[in-house]
Design a protein around this ligand. Structure first.
Ligand SMILES: NC(=O)c1ccc[n+]([C@@H]2O[C@H](COP(=O)([O-])OP(=O)(O)OC[C@H]3O[C@@H](n4cnc5c(N)ncnc54)[C@H](O)[C@@H]3O)[C@@H](O)[C@H]2O)c1
Ligand SMILES: O=c1ccn([C@@H]2O[C@H](COP(=O)(O)OP(=O)(O)O[C@H]3O[C@H](CO)[C@@H](O)[C@H](O)[C@H]3O)[C@@H](O)[C@H]2O)c(=O)[nH]1
Length: 480
């Protein structure tokens, strides 16, 4: 029986391996992690991550051909194929701090593989890594060569959180990069055969190592660039009276552009876009391409601008101060259908409002109080490191309360900020919300989920990203 071991039981390692186990009953899959808490979670009734459809697959395969373990070395030693899906966060200190990818976790995984292996292995880069990482990893793997052959492949993951299972079952493509040597090509075939159990052959793209590594960074940069483009347009829409949804629709019907990923928002979040673009910027700089680096840097700048623009709208609309005013924050996750808060725009918006001394009442159906408190007190980039290495969270933050019901959050609030597009925020009884709030009552929709006309009829003053402005807001300065 072929044995697969995946190092890193996170948002990628867990779901990806669960799907391989489901689709390949002849393969034994073990997911290992240094975090006992994470592994205990995977072996329990309460999985450590929320992803629609994941629990069913894990329950079907766990104990059959899917295992979760902290015995990292044992399972690595036994495996034929090793996926490495550990964190590759942005460096927080030293050379390239704030931009370069921190490969500490990858390097320690590679050293451990080299130390414990007693048979030939295919080592698969599943984490998103800088282009040319495979070369460095190869050096580490072969430094203590004991007659063992390591063949390295790049197999970047394209799943999006909230739709991970759907994306894994029916991927647009699976990308496999390898060396153009007979061993490299043979390893590509071996991995292709695994995916071929459920992915049509024409959707499995095989390239050289560097193309595969760079394609992942490029795909995320292109996706994020679309959002920053539409968000830049949203500011112009507000200034001119155009409606960003109409503009997106009109632009997206051009088949060369396409309709996806053109929703204006308070900004993109998630663990990947910012980190991967910063990484791309750093690689460009290291390769003497400052113009290319600056081009991609602008995608992040527009994203930061969008978040601070939103905070400024809130503060300026509410008589230029939110000091001591209760503001309800609906949604904290970086998108719906996930409990993940890494780089969520809600963090920057909440910090901006707290800076103006607001009192916040936060509700998200999937994010715990502990997580929110941690996020609001943690430094930028600390968040994407393994949980057990993060600083301990404070028990509470003055001026922030976390509640478990949207109606509780809005009670006596002066304003409501919608930060995540959870379906339940579309279906709230807004008359009830209005009745329980202070007057005038404001709604700031960072995700364009509410029916603006209906809310205005109820009596709300509404701000919706990129939409024609409420007469009240038109007279208020939107810049700090
Ligand atoms: N989250 C996504 O949607 C997504 C999608 C595509 C690619 N990626 C990339 O995949 C990689 C992993 O992302 P993630 O979101 O799954 O991260 P994650 O933080 O959820 O999981 C990573 C896991 O690796 C473990 N780990 C770290 N070092 C280890 C070691 N030496 N040995 C064993 N375990 C170790 C951590 O404890 C953690 O549980 C990153 O490079 C990310 O950029 C993420
Ligand atoms: O039109 C849009 C689409 C998305 N977003 C926001 O963009 C962020 C990222 O969304 P999404 O890309 O759907 O989620 P991720 O899980 O971050 O997935 C991205 O990052 C992953 C990690 O690299 C890749 O694997 C995926 O292909 C890529 O979509 C979220 O805050 C969304 O709300 C918008 O504001 N407008």
């Amino acid at each position: 029986m072929v044995k697969i071991c995946c190092i890193g039981a996170g948002y990628v390692g867990g779901p990806t391996m669960a799907v391989i186990a489901l689709k390949c009953p002849d393969i034994e899959v073990t997911v290992v992690d240094i975090s006992t808490q994470r592994i205990n979670g995977w072996n329990s009734e309460h999985l450590p991550i929320y992803e629609p459809g994941l629990e069913e697959v894990v329950k079907e395969c766990r104990g059959r051909n899917l295992f979760f373990s902290t015995d990292v070395e044992k399972h690595v030693a036994q495996a034929d194929i090793i996926f490495v899906s550990v964190n590759t966060p942005t460096k927080t200190h030293g050379l390239g701090a704030g931009k370069a990818a921190d490969l500490t976790y990858w390097e320690s995984a590679a050293r451990m593989i080299a130390d414990v292996s007693k048979s030939d292995k295919i080592v698969v880069e599943k984490s998103t890594v800088p282009v040319k990482t495979a070369e460095a990893i190869e050096r580490i793997l072969t430094h203590s060569r004991k007659g063992i052959n390591f063949t390295i492949l790049s197999n970047p993951e394209f799943l999006a959180e909230g739709t991970a299972m759907k994306d894994l079952f029916n991927p647009d493509r699976v990308l496999i990069g390898g060396r153009e040597t007979p061993e490299g090509q043979k390893a590509i075939e071996t991995l292709r055969d695994v995916y071929a159990n459920w992915v049509p052959m024409e959707r499995i793209i095989c390239t050289n190592l560097w193309s595969a590594e760079l394609s992942k960074l490029a795909a995320n940069a292109f996706l994020a660039q679309r959002i920053s483009s539409v968000n830049a347009m949203s500011a112009l829409c507000e200034a001119t009276g155009a409606d960003v949804s109409e503009v997106s629709h009109s632009v997206g019907t051009d088949s060369r552009i396409g309709p996806k990923f053109l929703n204006a928002s308070v900004g993109f979040g998630g663990s990947c876009f910012q980190k991967d673009i910063l990484n791309l910027v750093y690689i460009c700089e290291c390769n003497g391409l400052p113009e290319v680096a600056n081009y991609w840097k602008q995608v992040i700048k527009v994203n930061d601008y969008q978040k601070s623009r939103f905070v400024n709208r809130v503060v300026s609309s509410m008589f230029n101060t939110v000091s001591s005013k209760k503001i309800a924050i609906l949604g904290f996750a970086f998108k719906k259908d996930t409990g993940d808060t890494r780089e969520t725009p809600a963090i920057d918006v909440c910090k901006g409002l707290l800076g103006d001394r607001a009192r916040l009442s936060i509700y998200d159906p999937q994010v715990t109080e502990e997580q929110i408190m941690k996020d609001l007190s943690m430094r930028k980039f600390d968040k994407d490191h393994p949980a057990h290495l993060q600083p301990p969270s404070p028990t509470s933050i003055k001026q922030v309360s976390v509640v478990w019901d949207a109606y509780e959050a809005v009670k006596d609030a002066h304003g409501v900020c919608i930060m995540t597009e959870w379906d339940e925020f579309k279906k709230l009884d807004y008359q009830k919300v209005y009745d329980s709030m202070q007057k005038p009552s404001f709604v700031f929709d960072g995700r364009n989920v509410v029916d603006v006309d209906m809310l205005r009829k109820i009596g709300f003053i509404v701000y919706s990203i990129g939409k024609p402005l409420d007469p009240w807001l038109r007279d208020m300065p939107a810049v700090a």
